[in-house]
Design a protein around this ligand. Sequence first.
Ligand code: TSJ
Length: 639
Amino acid sequence: MKGSENYDADQIQILEGLEAVRKRPGMYIGSTSVRGLHHLVYEIVDNSVDEALAGFCSSITVSINPDNSITVEDDGRGIPVDIQKKAGKPALEVVFTVLHAGGKFGGSGYKVSGGLHGVGASVVNALSQWLRVSVFKNGKEYRMGFEKGKVTEPMQIIGDCDPEKHGTRVQFLPDPEIFEETVYDFEILRIRLRETAFLTKGLRILLRDTREGQEKEKTFHYEGGIKEFVSYLNRGKESLYPDVIYCEGEREKIFVEVALQHNDSYTENIYTFVNNINTPEGGTHLTGFKNALTKTFNDYARQHKLLKDSEPNLSGEDIREGLTCIISVKIEDPQFEGQTKQKLGTSEALTAVNGIVSEQLTYFLEQNPSIAKVMCEKSILAQRARAAARRARDLTRRKSALEGVGLPGKLVDCNNRDPEKCEIFIVEGDSALGPAKTGRNVDTQAVLPLRGKVLNVQKARLDRIYANEEIKGMITAFGTGINEDFDISKLRYHKIIIMTDADVDGAHISTLMLTFIYNFMPELIRQGHVYLAQPPLFNIKKGNKHFYAYSDEEYQNILREIGTEGADVSRFKGLGEMDVEELSETTMDPETRTLLRVNMTEDDRTELDLTFTTLMGDQVEPRREFIEQNAKYVTNLDV
Ligand code: TSJ
């Protein structure tokens, strides 16, 4: 009797647990937006990845089905099906109905392999309209079904299977009552699953879309693991030496893998992971790596006289210039800290990464003196450039302290001093400056002309960036400073509007400016202060009617509507060709213009990913076709 009372009590607790998940899904999967929807897939896949890390699974297939349900299948041992003593029911049922402590958002722990399976499976189950699982084991197929987390088909053996076959297959349909969006995006899954495959060497992941008209599949399989990840990140760049340096080892039950390679650029690209999960804020593993790299390098450079006794040590930043690096640690019970709990706090990870990298990097440098020399030479150049940049910056800082906020001479400022009301148009070329100056609202709209080529900041060192007149002009006009000096409260204009010709050159210049802002003041983009002006492409007149078309498509639509007969059509070749009224009406006047706001998605950290939202002027009648531009800016901008 007692047994069954307990069983009921357990049952109630379980239901309360799953109810909690349905009540506050955000606590368990972050959000119920597209992001959360895709998160369900990762929660399930992570279980198969754990099985792979334990050495029992070599391949995972993820399918997007025609009804937008997802199937994940692996060739692991199959979730245990025997009756768990404590719960008095099959382990399989426990995995899907008991809310496990931890998870990435609510609790603290996330275990890697070693028996704690099913983390997240119950959460996915609770948030699914239905979920079915098949386990292939002992020559049998076991099946079980659920709806909104509750058992609807108890576990049963539905038949024999090939005695050689083993594995788990889960199919689920996210509950539309929970999710704002229920359509899966192949691209989002592709990026994440590719990352997972890079981080789990040898594992084969197949992603398949079987929805009608969208049929496709991609396989990710990297025998080299994070070594191949680094090569992939350095694709299209000139690497400084052919090898990717790789360190691997285990200390105090912490498994460490590091892969690195320098390219000839000046930016540092380090991605860190704990149990295959990205830690954008770094933590002890990153600190351990940085300490090891700086110390190992300086020791080597001194010992081999690449750095003279009279010269100061290379700084960490100097050594990391142009570095692409992946740090991946696997820890049994990682501790996270910081506001968003994304920063690794486990202190043993610092010692482990530091020890392993120091030891193996020292060995590598000794074995590869020519590579060591190339690396040192680059660092020494970086050190000199940094010193020059510091002098230039100190000079400008001192200057502004002495002379007040010396605004650039070319700036045509507005009168209003309330940043919230003010806009600055960054205008390319001289020809557009005239009309922009005359056509602007003198009270709220400032204009800053740029002459000559905008510097590609991904191809220049800091000293050159600080010396560039156009860039200096933008920095002083914006008022915020850059990098560690950046202070958003000093922003002088809440809208920064890049206005270039609607042609290839114009697009290139916009891209260079966005790259500058993205690299030195990303917060401006994050907080939605950066915009692209949208000058029209075509001027269409018929009788007393006047239209502007902003895309080829819109141009065709307008002509179709009004007829070509008697229409006077011309194409704007550049901003400079418009007269003052035209420029003002179509591109600058807040009442009638269209702006694109620049957004930044931080999902895919391996590709600079900016998207745009169209903001219509207050009086623009909604166009038939919304100009939804989705441009991807890949890191290699010089195409
Ligand atoms: F998320 C999930 F639980 F639903 C799920 C788990 C989904 C999928 C697609 C696969 C899995 C999963 C679990 N794959 N492989 C496993 N392995 C185990 O759960 C397992 C099997 C045997 C033993 C053992 O000690 O014999 C231990 C474990 C953890």
